[in-house]
Design a protein around this ligand. Structure first.
Ligand SMILES: [Zn+2]
Length: 309
């Protein structure tokens, strides 16, 4: 190798061979999806949670729906990356391939993970395959009160997975409670997709390969840099104005901790493990320097004291 100037290397005598693979959808999750979550939330928080709504605002639909489609595509990218690293070939069934990675773990709750992955892919399909429903609504002319609402999905939409995992009366998935009516998909569905993603990352980290570094976020929220999906979810969880959605998240954290707690490492890098050490309220660590319990009766704090210069 001849150094022909202070910053130029003569490449004719020596080449550097590098190899790359191309799972670009992982970048959607770390860069674009957090912005979509923020936009969906800006519309979501203006909803009136004291009354039922029959569709969410267009702003929330578009940002929430696009965020779901991109986040779920990052799951497929992750499957492809891991299969490549392990010198295995992918099949046509992403859910099956992800489950196969955990088949060696004894007593692993495969059925629960099957539902979780199946449900988020169902929502992805609803958006990307544009499921069509006919919605007939009747209102009073004087004050626009709803008299009747009928929502009918056209027969040809929805595969076997849809039929197994969706409560067709409520138009919601059975485990996560996500809306399958396209005009009702918004912030809550995107939050839950990221919640499941974070859980899968946690299980992969402990049992297959450390993948969380791949999902390193660079977001500034409340003037602090956040780095993980768990911190992103905690930021929004703390602000969720809907008591019923908050209690659904609490119920899911309890249920999924029982199912997967032992298959994940302890600690706040994962949302379901990010609980107050004293009273177990969720959302304890906010970012790298701030950890405090949101339960006013507990108020437990851990943190670095910042010096003013
Ligand atoms: Zn506490």
């Amino acid at each position: 190798m001849n150094l022909v100037s202070y910053n130029r290397i003569d490449m004719e005598e020596e080449t550097q061979k590098e190899k790359y693979i191309t799972p670009i959808a992982i970048g959607f999750l770390t860069t674009i999806v957090p912005d979509f979550l923020s936009e969906a939330f800006s519309a979501y928080k203006k909803r009136d949670f004291t009354t039922d709504y029959w569709q969410v605002s267009n702003w929330e639909q578009w940002y929430g729906g696009a965020g779901v489609a991109l986040a779920v595509s990052a799951i497929e990218a992750n499957r492809n990356r891991l299969y490549y690293m392990k010198d295995m070939s992918v099949s046509q069934n992403v859910c099956r391939d992800i489950l196969d990675m955990f088949s060696h773990l004894s007593n692993f709750p495969t059925d629960v993970l099957t539902s979780l992955i199946g449900e988020i892919f169902t929502i992805r399909d609803v958006i990307l395959h544009s499921h069509i429903y006919e919605i007939n609504a009747e209102f009073t002319r004087t004050d626009w009160k709803m008299i009747e609402l009928k929502r009918t999905k056209l027969q040809e939409y929805g595969d076997k997975k849809f039929k197994d995992l969706v409560d067709t009366d409520k138009l919601k998935t059975k485990l996560l409670g996500m809306n399958v009516l396209p005009t009702n998909i918004g912030f809550e569905e995107l939050f839950l997709v990221l919640f499941v993603f974070d859980l899968i990352v946690g299980i992969l980290d402990k049992n297959i390969e450390r993948v969380s570094f791949t999902y390193h976020l660079h977001q500034k929220l409340n003037n602090e840099w956040i780095h993980s999906l768990s911190e992103l979810l905690t930021f929004y969880y703390d602000q969720i104005p809907s008591n019923s959605f908050k209690s659904r998240i609490n119920m899911l954290v309890g249920k999924l901790t029982i199912a997967f707690g032992t298959y994940m490492e302890y600690g706040p890098p994962y949302f379901i493990k990010n609980i107050c050490p004293k009273c177990h309220t969720i959302g304890f660590r906010k970012n790298r320097s701030v950890s405090h319990c949101s339960n006013s009766a507990c108020n437990f704090k851990l943190g670095i004291i910042k010096m003013d210069h």
